[in-house]
Structure formats: structure tokens, C-alpha cells
Design a protein around this ligand. Structure first.
Ligand SMILES: C[S@@+](CC[C@H](N)C(=O)[O-])C[C@H]1O[C@@H](n2cnc3c(N)ncnc32)[C@H](O)[C@@H]1O
Length: 273
């Protein structure tokens, strides 16, 4: 067994902690994978790192040595107390709270083995901020949906939104044995670089409406889920003026740019009505 596994078990035993699956408490115990994550983050002395869900500090401790400053947001007060006790440095702030609610400090990098149950909201919350690089661990299936191309089974609302908001790449995969306790799922490490794209008002609504019927034709899907789009326009007003080649495609075959065209069309009509 690796040194990181032994260290993790010892810390948990010392503080008498039982990890909670409901909070996504699966801690990294693979030293090689930890080293790779740190390499992808390419930390420098002037980096201000944000970490979501630091746990007992498996990534936090080495990051504190490499970066100028780390802010770690941990929701479990008991785990946060252990982390604070283990930290012998003064360049780490630990915030005890829910990463979906607390204010983020200034940061230029995000490095986290995320609690998977908040993958989607935390990703979109992070992407509302301006930063240089994120190195994030997700459940493998979620990561694959993030990078999925049109026409594939994994292509989804998430793929479309992420396509516009960030350059995304899966850079590593991890088996359940890389964690303690062993989760049921496999994981993937993803790098994200925000594009600075500002999504038009209707993009999210249009995506939500369309992907409720991913195998139907776009015109039919739009009609059936038109209530999802918060506009005073009628379905027929929106339909007029949309290119037939877009309306004929099945939703899962639409390119992100096609979906953007629909959203911008609605925005244009809303502005002129
Ligand atoms: C997958 S573990 C990662 C721990 C550590 N970074 C590692 O790699 O071993 C996720 C951590 O996030 C914490 N967590 C769960 N939900 C959270 C939330 N909403 N906000 C902040 N932390 C959360 C859990 O208590 C857990 O310690």
C-alpha cells in the first residue's frame, strides 16, 4: 500500500473520523495521481489557488508549498478542523461552509477533487469567475459529457454550455482503487480554461428546452418544451426566421453554434418586439 494510503488511514484513525459517502468523502490515496494533478496545475509562487472540498488536505498541503496562497472551502466542520490542525503554514485560509453558497475569494487557479454531487452547479459557479486554469476531478461519465461532440450518446446540455464557456480537456483517468473509501465510480481529471464568453440571455433556456427531447427534430422539441424559454414571444414567432436546416436536425446532432443561433434569434426578436 502507498504511503499516502497509510497516512490517510492514520489521520482518520487519530481523529476518530468515519467518512460520509453522502458528502462525497472519498479521499485520494494514489501518490502518482496526486503528483500528476499538481503538475497539471503548474503552481507558482504568485498563484492564488481555490480548492473546493479539501478534505484532510491531501492536495492542500503540497499546494501550500508550491503556491503563494490557498483558500480551501470544506463543508464538514469536523474535517475542516482536522485540516486546520494539520496545516503548519500561514498561507492557507480554510473556509468552513458550502462551496455553492460562500463568497469566493480572488483566485487565478482552481484545483480540486470535487464532491461529485455538486459537479454541475459548482462548475457553472466557477465559470462565472475570471481565472486562468482549473484542474478538477469529476466522475468519469460527467467529464465525458463535458467534452462530448454533437452526434454522440454523451452529447448534452452540459456539453453545449461548457463548449462556449471553457476550453476543456480530459487529462487523466482514475480507478476506484485510487481513493479511500473506494467509490463505486471511476473518475477523470479535467483541465478548464475559461474563454470569457458571455452567454446570451436565452442560451441556457434554449438548451434546457431542446435537450428534453434529444432524439426529436429541433422544431418538434422546441414546440414541446417552449414553456422552458422565458419569453413573451409565441412559438410561431420564434419558428419564423430560423433556418430550416437547423429545424430539421435531431437535437443531439445540433452543433453548439446552431443552438447559439436559436438563442440569439430569440434575443433579437425580443429586442425588437
Ligand atoms: C472527494 S472529497 C476530496 C477530498 C480531498 N481533496 C482529496 O482529494 O482527498 C470531497 C470533499 O468535499 C467536501 N464537501 C462535500 N460537499 C461540499 C460542499 N458543498 N462544499 C464544500 N465542501 C464539500 C467533503 O466533506 C469532502 O471532504
Amino acid at each position: 500500500m502507498s504511503g499516502l494510503y497509510t497516512e490517510t488511514r492514520e489521520v482518520l484513525r487519530k481523529y476518530g473520523v468515519r467518512l460520509r459517502r453522502s458528502l462525497g468523502q472519498n479521499y485520494l490515496i494514489d501518490e502518482v495521481k496526486r503528483q500528476r494533478i499538481l503538475e497539471y496545475a503548474d503552481l507558482r509562487e504568485d498563484d492564488r489557488v481555490l480548492e473546493i472540498g479539501p478534505g484532510i488536505g491531501t492536495l492542500t498541503l503540497p499546494m501550500a508549498e508550491l503556491a503563494g496562497h490557498v483558500t480551501a472551502i470544506e463543508s464538514d466542520p469536523l474535517i475542516a478542523a482536522i485540516l486546520m490542525d494539520r496545516l503548519q503554514v500561514d498561507n492557507v485560509d480554510v473556509i468552513v461552509g458550502d462551496a455553492l453558497r460562500v463568497d469566493f475569494p480572488e483566485f487565478n487557479k482552481v484545483v480540486s477533487n470535487l464532491p461529485y454531487q455538486i459537479s454541475s452547479p459548482i462548475t457553472f459557479r466557477l465559470l462565472e469567475h475570471d481565472f486562468e486554469l482549473a484542474v478538477l476531478m469529476y466522475q468519469k461519465e460527467f467529464a465525458r459529457r463535458m467534452v462530448a461532440e454533437p452526434g454522440t450518446r454523451e452529447y448534452s446540455r452540459l456539453s453545449v454550455m461548457v463548449h462556449f464557456l471553457a476550453e476543456v480537456e480530459i487529462v487523466d483517468y482514475l480507478k476506484p482503487g485510487c481513493f479511500f473509501p473506494r467509490p463505486r465510480v471511476e473518475s477523470a481529471v479535467v483541465t478548464l480554461k475559461p474563454t470569457g464568453f458571455r452567454a446570451p440571455a436565452f442560451l441556457e433556456d434554449v438548451c434546457r428546452a431542446l435537450f428534453q427531447h434529444r432524439k426529436k427534430k429541433t422544431s418538434k422539441s422546441l414546440r414541446e418544451s417552449f414553456h422552458e424559454i422565458r419569453t413573451d414571444l409565441s412559438f410561431n414567432e420564434v419558428l419564423r426566421g430560423l433556418p430550416p436546416e437547423i429545424l430539421e436536425k435531431r437535437v443531439f446532432q445540433l452543433r453548439p453554434e446552431d443552438i447559439l443561433e436559436i438563442a440569439e434569434h430569440i434575443e433579437d426578436l425580443s429586442g425588437s418586439s
